[in-house]
Write a protein that binds this ligand. Structure first.
Ligand code: GDP
Ligand code: MG
Length: 180
């Protein structure tokens, strides 16, 4: 039986306060608590629906306030799958997503080419404070050519979906590279 390990280098990008750290801890604590050892950085899960492939999530919870922050280029270079996060309660966090996209492309030195990413509108539980509609999120995702998910790190809504999406993107990436 094939027992290959898939390692996914996930980078979480977005301005401070959108919920990057909360999403990370929510994912680690709630979903994979059985396999999670807080003293070890690497997280392993085994999933039957992935032919028993072992998946290693390597999550980079960036601490950048914005894309001009110093370690930003290093964060980008360490990442294979990009998770772009804004808060639905913060218009500014939404507007700067395009800047993140531009910066990432610049650092990866790809202009017209695409890179694997997913767009996240977090804090979906704060409906009374919503500043960005679902439609706006979808429109932006279409422009960026990626999937869009609204999440809540507070209730846990769709947090799993983010990471399943990164698995799909990783598999796609692998298949593309094999064709080259
Ligand atoms: P980061 O700077 O992007 O890492 O943001 P944090 O994870 O530190 O979150 C900033 C604040 O937003 C914290 O007070 C979190 O508790 C809160 N927060 C994060 N995600 C959610 C969410 O989905 N819903 C609500 N209501 N609050 C959230
Ligand atoms: Mg943080």
């Amino acid at each position: 039986m094939e027992n290959k390990e898939i390692e996914i280098k996930i980078g979480l990008f977005g301005v401070g306060g959108v919920g990057k750290s909360t999403i990370t801890t929510r994912f680690l604590k709630n979903i994979f608590i059985e396999d999670y050892d807080p003293t070890i950085d690497d997280i392993y899960i085994k999933k039957n629906d992935l032919n028993n492939k072992k998946i290693k999530f390597n999550i980079l919870d960036t601490a950048s306030q914005d894309s001009s922050y110093d370690p930003f280029p290093n964060y980008v270079r360490q990442t294979n799958i990009f998770v772009l996060i804004y808060s639905i309660t913060d218009k500014h966090s939404f507007e700067v997503i395009k800047n993140f996209d531009k910066e990432i492309k610049y650092i990866l030195d790809i202009e017209d080419k695409d890179y694997p990413k997913v767009l996240i509108g977090n804090k979906s539980d704060l409906t009374m404070k919503r500043e960005i509609s679902i439609e706006k999120g979808k429109e932006l995702a279409k422009e960026l050519n990626c999937k869009f998910i609204e999440t809540s790190a507070k209730t846990g809504e769709n947090i799993n979906q983010i990471f399943y999406e990164t698995i799909l993107l990783e598999i796609e990436l692998k298949n593309q590279n094999q064709k080259k």
